[in-house]
Design a protein around this ligand. Structure first.
Ligand SMILES: [Zn+2]
Length: 236
């Protein structure tokens, strides 16, 4: 039983109430539209909401491309894992996180296959995972050409406010950033969180970096840009 008064309002009052209700509804729809636009703008930048979105997506195997980062460019990546000391599961997790760094922020998906040999691919990129980068010795990773990229299994990386989960994901994603024309981003207040700073656990990309990387990615991408879930890496 309701406790509300049961008096029936006269028709004119009922109509006024209904109009008021419609107006309220319209106003609230307008406000929601505003909020949606605001959060979309935040996500397309490198904001805190971007962080949690990517962190949730990481490791799930299927990621949601950031708005405004379409079409997704798919680039072949041959992973050489004949010498790595990373256990298979850890390497797969690292590659998934590496992919999510690029896919969620820049709409670039690496289509990963693995090989134990050193034969280079004809397209895309080649990357080696090794316990020690042979040249120059002691570095975390190096990019010497699209088919000459090296990533240390357990790189030495400094803390970042929003760190990656897998260290190898950061170094490999960073080297691929060089492959997509990006330079280092050192000496700025937000450098620690930046993917392109030297030697940190950061993974974020700035808009200007996303634009430059996408321009190069477009040249290297497969012609097919139909929507993709950026599926899990094929690593044996
Ligand atoms: Zn570098």
């Amino acid at each position: 039983m309701s406790n509300w008064p049961r008096a029936h309002p006269r028709p004119i009052i009922a109509m006024a109430t209904r109009i008021g209700g419609v107006l309220l509804l319209l106003i609230s729809i307008a406000f929601q539209g505003q909020q949606t636009r605001t959060s979309a703008a935040l996500i397309s930048g490198t904001s805190a909401s971007d962080t949690s979105g990517r962190a949730r997506a990481a490791g799930s195997g299927a990621f949601e491309a950031a708005p405004g980062r379409t079409p997704v460019y798919r680039i072949k990546l041959r992973v050489h894992n004949g010498q790595t000391t990373l256990p298979g599961a850890e390497l797969r997790k690292s590659l998934e996180e590496m992919n999510s760094i690029w896919w969620s922020q820049a709409g670039v998906c690496f289509e990963i296959t693995s090989t134990k040999d050193d034969a280079r691919a004809r397209e895309g990129f080649d990357i080696w995972f090794v316990s020690e980068v042979p040249d120059p010795p002691g570095v975390n990773g190096s990019y010497k050409g699209d088919h000459d990229i090296w990533s240390r299994d357990y790189p030495d990386l400094m803390p970042a406010p929003h760190p990656v989960t897998q260290r190898a994901a950061r170094t490999s994603a960073h080297e691929l950033g060089h492959g997509l024309t990006l330079r280092h981003y050192n000496g700025y207040p937000e450098s620690a969180d930046s993917l392109m700073s030297s030697g940190t656990l950061g993974w974020r990309l700035h808009d200007f970096q996303i634009q430059a990387a996408r321009a190069r990615a477009q040249q290297k991408a497969e012609p097919d840009t139909t929507p993709t879930n950026c599926s899990a890496p094929q690593v044996n």
